[in-house]
Design a protein. Structure first.
Ligand code: NDP
Length: 613
């Protein structure tokens, strides 16, 4: 491969993926492994382009002057190419016989429109007509992205383009035929050549880079074991360090066997042919993966299995007695899984690597996850681990703690605190499984690779740290009154309402922006074709779902009283996690949406906590 043709900082013309349009862009970097240029459009959108999709400005100007002259020979060749590849285009004869001369006229208009769009780039002014029709948003918002909207009419996948055409139609019915033409043009292009947005290397490393991720690999397990050891103590004050247990006491082959049994039982449930199969969001190569939605069935089957075990007098508090050994087993398993994931990712094609976990640094990629969607056949390892063994395991652990409390304190009924903690967290888990499909639009699935971070998080951190309140209550009984319990329940309900409605709103909007139920919501269009909601929950703060989640986290800790800070670890950690996650997401959204994101931030200034942050 010859050396790169364009230098960093050079202003060139970059083809918008999936289209025939060129915009003025600036080269920001070059990946000499993937042979891709990272370029920045005028609206701030950054994309990775192949050299063949970039032209020097001078050559573009030359080409443009040709096209402006509407050379018949040039037009006819481009049209015949398009038609011959288009499965969705009307039949040749029909189109010609309908109105040959009008079509020529439209075609000419279209060429002119393309040319004029290509020149001023994404900051050009919208037509007055369009501005008035746009979604009720104030003028400042409308104007900025309209060029992108017109552009998108040629780029969008099937459903989205229809919506955009309906929403932003310049001349609603009059130009239906023209829209159809544009739409079919798009289909032609997509069918032949999907968007070539191959993940490039991340420019900035997250989590403190190589040193940070190296330390986290040790720090995360150490934190889990520290918390569990603390919780076992009579006095779990922060400075009362627990004595370290003998190493051999941490490992029990039988416990490891039970863990494996649990993991593979959940895998069997995942493979059962119950539940619908849905498509995920499009990957960088335009492909969509299929996912079976049967997490809730897996939960029901697990509940039935646990019921049978209890019926046959199986002592579930075995989990409590060997809690540390279970945590060690899960940690060993997640480490082995991470090593396997990294090893297999080395053979994965470049386009299947995670955008954030492809730095080329072993430790960093091992931690953040190198491959985006590792699968064995149709078995999606990340998707499975996200919601099954760890999440369902969490409520089973909680139940074991409840039984252990009754047994140890000789109670005929669990304490009110224990009932609240169990019920709140059960609701959270059941909700996640019931709305399993919503996970397909989250960062974990769409952006993060599957590596140590998620493997350890899903299989160790979630079940063993999130159950800390229930574990704490077994050793540190806490009495709360009914009015206090009612107030905490109300808090949890508020948190849940905010969390659920915000997540559903965004998820429904992403899945079907044309959904009539969302017709009252306003959004800012972006250059990628996706809108950013600016009313409803997403107009309240920029991460309303995090706000709801944090309110719930507080409600889970309050039943443990105020004697120790340990049961509040979850809410403190969770605020830190979500503040950091929010910053990561902002960063990605800024890159994805450029100016549109900035406008969204102006419209919705608070990130998570209204009037505070
Ligand atoms: P979100 O569900 O918050 O998704 C963020 C994405 O939403 C953005 O990247 C963007 O993606 C899209 N988006 C942002 N703003 C808008 C807008 N205004 N309009 C439309 N779309 C917008 O991300 P997470 O995956 O972090 O969280 C999902 C849920 O999981 C949350 O409720 C969170 O609290 C919870 N969670 C729980 C954890 C736990 O341990 N219990 C851990 C982490 C998360 P795009 O535009 O590409 O669609």
């Amino acid at each position: 491969m010859p050396s790169r043709k364009f230098a960093d900082g050079e202003v060139v013309m970059g083809r918008w993926p999936g289209s025939v349009l060129y915009y003025e862009v600036q080269v920001t970097s070059y990946d000499d492994v993937a042979h891709l240029y990272t370029v920045k459009y005028k609206d701030g959108t950054e994309l990775a382009l192949k050299e063949s999709d970039i032209r020097s400005q001078s050559s573009f100007k030359h080409r443009k002057s040709q096209s402006s002259s509407s050379s018949p020979s040039r037009r006819s060749s481009s049209r015949s190419r398009s038609r011959s590849r288009s499965p969705g285009r009307p039949a040749k004869g029909r189109r010609r016989s309908a109105s040959q001369s009008r079509e020529h006229k439209d075609d000419k208009k279209k060429t002119v429109q393309e040319t004029s769009l290509a020149l001023p780039a994404p900051n050009m002014k919208p037509s007055e007509n369009n501005t008035k029709r746009y979604n009720g948003e104030p003028e400042s918002t409308e104007k900025n992205d309209t060029s992108c909207i017109i552009l998108e009419q040629k780029l969008k996948p099937d459903l989205e383009i229809k919506h955009v055409l309906e929403q932003y139609s310049l001349r609603s019915r009059k130009d239906d035929k023209k829209k159809e033409e544009i739409y079919s043009e798009k289909k032609t292009f997509v069918a032949v050549k999907p968007i070539e947005k191959v993940p490039s290397k991340p420019k900035e490393l997250e989590f403190g880079g190589r040193i940070g991720t190296f330390m986290l690999i040790f720090l995360l397990p150490a934190t889990v074991f520290y918390l569990l050891l603390m919780c076992k103590q009579d006095d779990p004050s922060l400075l009362n360090f627990p004595p370290l247990p003998a190493l051999e006491s941490l490992w029990d082959g039988r416990v490891f066997g039970i863990f494996l049994l649990w993991f593979f039982l959940q895998a069997v449930f995942y493979l059962l042919p119950f539940g619908k199969v849905v498509e995920g969001l499009p990957l960088s190569n335009g492909r969509k993966l299929q996912y079976r939605i049967n997490g809730f069935y897996a939960f029901i089957l697990t509940a039935a299995a646990i019921g049978v075990l209890l019926y046959f007098q199986f002592e579930l508090h075995y989990l409590y007695d060997h809690f540390m050994q279970f945590a060690v087993s899960a940690a060993v398993f997640s480490l082995a899984l991470s090593i396997y994931l990294y090893a297999r990712s080395l053979k994965a094609p470049e386009e299947e690597l995670a955008p954030g976990g492809n730095s080329g640094y072993f430790i960093y990629d091992f931690f953040t996850g190198h491959e985006l969607n590792p699968r064995i056949g149709s078995f999606d390892l990340k998707y499975f681990c996200e919601l099954r063994p760890g999440l369902i395991g969490w409520v089973v652990i909680n139940l074991a703690m409840l039984l252990a409390e009754m047994k140890i304190h000789n109670l005929s009924m669990p304490s009110l605190s224990m009932i609240l903690v169990n019920s709140f967290q059960l609701l959270y888990v059941v909700d996640a499984l019931w709305n399993e499909e919503a996970i397909l639009t989250t960062m974990d699935i769409t952006h993060d690779g599957f590596g140590f971070m998620l493997a350890f998080g899903d299989l160790v951190w979630v079940p063993f740290v999130y159950s800390l309140q229930a574990f704490y209550l077994v050793g540190h009984p806490t009495t709360i009154t009914w009015p206090v319990a009612a107030a905490i329940t109300a808090l949890n309900c508020i948190g849940y309402y905010v969390f659920r409605s915000a997540n559903s709103q965004k998820n429904n909007f992403r899945r079907n922006p044309a959904d009539p139920k969302l017709a009252n919501l306003k959004f800012i269009p972006t250059a990628t074709g996706k809108g950013l909601l600016v009313t409803g929950w997403w107009g309240f703060v920029r991460h309303p779902n995090y706000l709801g989640d944090i309110i719930m986290a507080l409600a889970w800790s309050l039943p443990c009283g105020f004697n120790h800070i340990l049961p509040y670890f979850y809410v403190i950690y969770f605020i830190c996690l979500l503040v950091h996650r929010e910053a990561r997401d902002e960063h990605h959204c800024k890159q994805k949406y450029g100016l549109a994101w900035e406008r969204y931030c102006q419209r919705v200034p608070y990130r998570i906590f209204p009037y505070i942050y």
